[in-house]
Write a new protein. Sequence first.
Length: 268
Amino acid sequence: MKTGLETLILPAGEAGAEAAARTLAAGGLVAFPTETVYGLGADAANATAIAHLYAAKGRPAFNPLIAHVADLSAARRIGRFDARALQLAAAFWPGPLTLVLPKTEDCPVADLATAGLDTVAIRIPAHPVAQAILRAFGGAVVAPSANISGHVSPTLAGHVESDLSGRIDLIVDGGPVEVGVESTILGCFDQPMLLRPGGLSRERIEAVLGSALTRPPMEAEGDDSQPLAPGMLASHYAPRAPWRANSRGFSPRAAGSTCCPSGRRTQT
């Protein structure tokens, strides 16, 4: 892992997007806002950069990453869409939905990012800062939440700085994010499968499909074997903070990071 880096913080804008694109092209790590949470980006085709990303987060390399792209044309270069996947893309992209699809034959996403699976997780973010960076870069960017694994998901640039300063190259500050919860992940298999709940409700997805989503088979408690998609490890939403059950009231001063006004959640 790169250590002792001087982490630059730039405001969102044309200069910030161009600096982010240059950093990504050089194999660096860039944190930037999406509508869900701040993501930590690396060139999806650069295995060395992806290895640095895993190390910076302390994330296990068997946990696959989501490839973020600017538009459907870019998405179709890395994943194979059937009619239902195209229907979902038309309804919810750009937005907080990730689709897990079979890889294309010439998929440029590094095997390290997909944990060696024959599928790839893809999302088109709606946030204008994320869109500007993706268009300036011109390729797919893997971007898990910009925090140390097991820590709370970042919804502000300051959250990223407190966790990852000195570990990454650049933070693009686009202010607070809108959703504050990670994207919903849907497996586009024989039967569409809800792999991770998130910022898009199950009900809205089922209304578009006209059928119910299936769920993955239940795994043993504490099972951290290789997941089908990001965010499926048993420890994924396991906050390292005090929590209280059956509380009759809420006090920001007393509450742990499992429940806080900013909507931040534990994420890997």
